[in-house]
Design a protein around this ligand. Sequence first.
Ligand code: ZID
Length: 212
Amino acid sequence: GKRAFIAGIADDNGYGWAIAKSLAAAGAEILIGTWVPALNIFETNLRRGKFDESRTLPDGSLMEITKVYPLDAVYDNPEDVPEDVKMNKRYAGSSNWTVREVAESVKQDFGSIDILVHSLANGPEVSKPLLETSRNGYLAAISASSGASISLTYIASERIIPGYGGGMSSAKAALESDTQVLAFEAGRKHKIRVNTISAGPLGSRAAKAIGF
Ligand code: ZID
């Protein structure tokens, strides 16, 4: 079977969860990357069986999650983490959650993965028009929301969608451009396919923040 790492699951309402279920139903082993501040509540809900109903696969069995890794995709290395984040209670309780450390942990635990899903986004000022978006809000959107492998994008990258603000339209344009360049580079170098899916509307936590 294939082993998949899905980054960007913190509840059972989003794309990441649905993708994980489809992959599990197809026989894949599931590893998850959960945003550090959301880790506690996600693991608690998981343990208490809150997701058991939505964890049910077509054959009646429950999706097994082999391991949940704390992850903050905004930081590559521990050196990149600002003091206030390091000291934050919710972050201090976990360790090895920068991108490089998670990659190393997964390598140590499992050797390799076959499928990487990027199902995360964070636009702190998504409800503000781009015209009113601060530099910090814009950079935060770009930093968390553009990345690699199978990812989820949105047509607001190329058409004007009022309400999709805060630099999220820019983040999706960057994501789509990165997808093409990385498909070329990683495809040639490692025979890795890199794709993005332009998603339809789904009432996730992230989507509720923009009122879609
Ligand atoms: P979600 O809240 O379930 O997933 C986002 C996850 O990212 C959450 O679990 C967060 O904890 C996590 N996260 C945030 N910051 C970080 C970080 N720094 N490090 C690690 N994790 C972090 O929402 P979702 O399922 O909607 O989002 C998954 C992907 O789908 C994102 O890339 C979205 O931009 C993308 N997407 C979603 C929708 C939608 O409707 N839900 C649409 C397009 C793309 C869309 O907005 N018509 C109108 C709207 C849309 C489509 C059509």
